[in-house]
Design a protein around this ligand. Structure first.
Ligand code: C5P
Length: 401
């Protein structure tokens, strides 16, 4: 969720500054870019070299940067504009009071005053300082400016006393940042159901009928939805792919019938459903309990129809926005539109095997998005993550906030 986010970490001079090494590590692990600004007293508690190594960026302290043969300016305005969010941790009583009053006597405070992004502050101090009326006043004033407070936690303090004033644990700071970013995400609070991959239809205990789908498109759609804040249920047929995002609940199934049951168990509570799986239309009518023996002559398999999962969901849908896929080889647009109507869909994503690089297997796809009003949008050949993002952009335009 913090992937690609530009985070400015401001560190002030309290003993809890040592915890910012862990915080920096967690932010980097979560995929964020981190730049750090220290106050002079923070540098007494935590080594700038450690922080610059962990953040993979130079650590800044002064307005001017003096190298052996040059002097340059650490531009606080550029830094303030660079960031997607700023977090000041630990925030001492001194810095909080200066922030609340607009004092600007070090680089960190100048950056704070220049920042246009959301600012979070995580106070850490001794319990009596924490509950002093002037500190409380700083908290209130800063929150009235729109800054977000990450309250201190209770426990043993460096002074030897025990109580409220410990810096929030780095893991909790990261969770709060993620939670707040998610709340502003377009799919926050939405439940999304996605099918992906092939299905395997058993012939006997060791053999099955299957297809070449890998699940890539469905998994990319799930990842994008999760990154946009949705709670995703990914019903996947047999696939080598992994989905580790914490917002994705993966349900592994084998056959079309299993997929049908898993989808029906989750459809009612879903807001959006995308059927990206390549579901087998037929299954062997009789599944042999024992491994089938080879015999002289031909073998005839009798197949029976599988349920059409998407169509069955179209029949019971209420509020759900329902999206299907159509892989066509002829009369593409007409066939896709017909499918959209027959299955009672809100939109259908057409990919044709006639387009080079589209459809199964590879990591690219070329799609046409058609909605129920017959609005048609054709996209260029793109990578599947890009296609997933295009599909979600189209869906977002058509659902209620
Ligand atoms: O009718 P056709 O199989 O071409 O429709 C493709 C769409 O229907 C895809 O979205 C696919 O995931 C879905 N489908 C399904 N259950 C089936 C067959 C297809 O959900 N048995």
């Amino acid at each position: 969720m913090l992937r690609g986010k530009k985070i400015l970490l401001g560190i002030t001079g309290g003993i809890a500054a040592y915890k910012t090494t862990f915080l920096t590590r967690l932010l980097i692990k979560a995929g964020a870019q981190v730049k750090i600004v220290l106050t002079e007293s923070a540098a007494a508690f935590v080594s700038p070299l450690t922080l610059s190594t962990l953040s993979q960026n130079p650590v800044l302290m002064d307005f001017v940067k003096e190298d052996d043969d040059s002097i340059s300016w650490n531009n606080h305005v550029d830094l303030g504009l660079w960031a997607d969010l700023m977090v000041i941790a630990p925030a001492t009583a001194n810095t909080l009071s200066k922030m609340a009053n607009g004092t600007c006597d070090n680089l960190l405070l100048a950056v704070y005053l220049s920042a246009k992004c959301p600012v979070y502050f995580a106070p850490a101090m001794d319990l009596d300082m924490y509950r002093h009326p002037s500190t409380t006043e700083s908290f209130e004033k800063l929150q009235s400016f729109g800054n977000v407070m990450i309250p201190a936690e209770s426990g043993e303090l460096a002074s030897g006393l025990s109580g409220l004033g410990r810096l929030a644990e780095p893991e909790n700071i990261v969770k709060i940042l993620e939670y707040n970013l998610l709340k502003k995400s377009p799919l926050h609070g939405k439940k999304v159901l996605i099918t992906a991959g092939p299905t395997h239809e058993a012939l006997d205990p060791v053999r099955f009928l299957g297809n070449r789908a890998t699940g890539t498109m469905g998994f990319e759609l799930a990842k994008t939805a999760a990154n946009l804040g949705a709670e995703v249920t990914l019903v996947s047929g047999p696939s080598q792919l992994s989905a580790t995002h914490p917002n994705i609940n993966r349900i592994d199934v084998t056959s079309a019938q299993d997929m049908y049951e898993a989808c029906h168990a989750h459809f009612e509570t879903s807001d959006i459903m995308i059927a990206a799986a390549a579901v087998a239309d037929y299954r062997p009518k009789n599944v042999s309990e024992q491994k089938m023996k080879k015999k002289e002559g031909d073998l005839t398999l009798v197949l029976e129809r599988n349920p059409d999962i998407l169509k069955s969901l179209g029949e019971i849908k209420k509020k759900q926005f329902l999206v299907g896929f159509a892989l066509e080889t002829e009369n593409e647009l007409e066939n896709a539109k017909g499918k959209l109507q027959r299955k009672n869909l809100d939109a259908i994503v057409l990919n044709t095997l006639n387009d080079k690089g589209a459809g199964f297997g590879g990591n690219t796809n070329k799609i046409t998005f058609i909605d129920k009003n017959s609005t048609i949008k054709t996209f260029a050949l793109k990578t599947k993550p890009e296609v997933a993002s295009d599909i979600w952009s189209e869906i977002l335009l058509r659902i209620d906030g």
